[in-house]
Design a protein around this ligand. Structure first.
Ligand code: ZN
Length: 365
């Protein structure tokens, strides 16, 4: 119980006035008797020892009727170009807009690649995280108009306007840049890279020369990755920003297993690098970061295309998840708790609270 103690402080207005010359002048001709009768009443609450409020169990805020399943799969989409003619690696502006609309309508919400790789799923509850990536840093990813504005038909332009009309569709996209002259022109490279980061999107590593790593040795791998990480970080104005994700050119990995480590970490000219996420070209949705099979250092991607995708493109999986909603990741809205239908899958070793629930109960609500 909160106890109120009222303290009445009575101050003579005259005393106040005496301490303030300008006021004294102002009320010189006022009725002093009336002024002296004014009382200033201050009521204060004196805090006393209160019992600690009952902590709310964050699990109570999880709506089980939304059937959260944080062991379900997540798509990492791989785009390359936005252009006028649809091709294997080119999406038209209209098709890209349709992709975003379809994702939105079907309950997908973009999540940053680093949050996904580190298991920090901040996606709103009831929704499915989706990771959007672009490779090769072509001019059609971000282009300026003559007046300096962003071309509304380039990838960034389309993403910005979609986010404006759908603010609950986070602006989380990673652009993997190989060098030099990312995004088409060396004059505009720095401005474009920084614009992307200022908007909250990310720049990832796609190596200096887009090599095939199959036959590369340790020195070449470290040069290709380390040099480009330094090149990009030198251009990035945000001082703490690290380029710590990589999309492997051609999805290629060194043949020799002992060289794999250099995709993850290494150094070039005395400067170290570390990649938290390594992306393949692969063709299937990724495991949940909480699944014991999850490997951030070898993440498969789904081709965001409809041409020659052999039934493993983005729309094939969207349809699959419509028919198998139990297979996809559905967020519980709390990044610290892993909510999973009882008896589902094998959890990896994450230092988070695990919350099992009976799916039947949820569906009856
Ligand atoms: Zn590439």
């Amino acid at each position: 119980m909160r106890k109120k103690v009222g303290i009445i402080i009575v101050l003579l207005a005259l005393v106040l006035v005496a301490g303030c010359k300008s006021q004294a002048v102002a009320i010189e001709d006022a009725d002093l008797t009336e002024a002296s009768e004014q009382e200033v009443v201050v009521e204060r609450v004196i805090p006393e020892e209160l019992p600690e409020p009952e902590p709310i169990d964050p699990k109570e805020l999880i709506d089980l009727s939304l059937k959260p399943n944080e062991l379900g799969k997540v798509m990492v989409l791989m785009y390359h170009n936005i252009g006028d003619e649809e091709q294997d690696w080119v999406r038209t502006p209209d098709n890209f807009k349709r992709d975003l609309n379809t994702l939105y309508e079907q309950g997908y919400r973009p999540l940053s690649l680093t949050d996904f790789a580190t298991g920090n799923i901040t996606t709103e509850q009831g929704y499915t995280p989706i990771i959007i990536t672009f490779d090769d840093a072509r001019e059609n990813n971000i282009r300026y108009m003559d007046d300096g504005s962003i071309d509304p038909e380039c990838a960034v332009g389309i993403l910005l306007s979609f986010h404006e009309t759908h603010p609950d569709f986070p602006l989380e996209v990673t652009f993997f840049a190989d060098g030099p002259s990312a995004f088409g022109s060396s004059d505009e490279e720095v401005a474009k890279i920084n614009f992307i980061i200022e908007q909250g999107m990310d720049i990832g590593n796609h190596t200096s020369n887009h090599p095939n790593f199959k036959d590369a040795d340790a020195a070449k791998i470290q040069k290709e990755i380390g040099q480009q990480a330094q090149n990009l970080e030198d251009m990035i104005e945000a001082e703490t920003y690290k380029v710590n994700t990589i999309a492997l050119p051609f999805g290629s990995r060194p043949r020799a297993d002992e060289l794999e480590i250099y995709l993850h970490e290494g150094s070039y000219e005395g400067v170290t690098y570390e990649n938290l996420a390594i992306l393949n070209v692969g063709s299937n949705p990724a495991y949940s970061p909480y699944d014991e099979r999850f490997n951030a250092l070898s993440l498969p991607r789904v081709r965001a295309s409809e041409m020659n995708v052999d039934n493993v493109g983005m729309y094939s999986y969207l349809e699959y998840f419509v028919n198998h909603p139990e297979a996809k990741f559905i967020s519980d809205g709390n990044a610290q708790i892993i909510t999973v239908p009882a008896g589902d899958g094998d959890l990896g070793n994450m230092e988070k609270e695990i919350y099992f629930y009976e799916m039947e109960d949820a569906s009856e609500e």
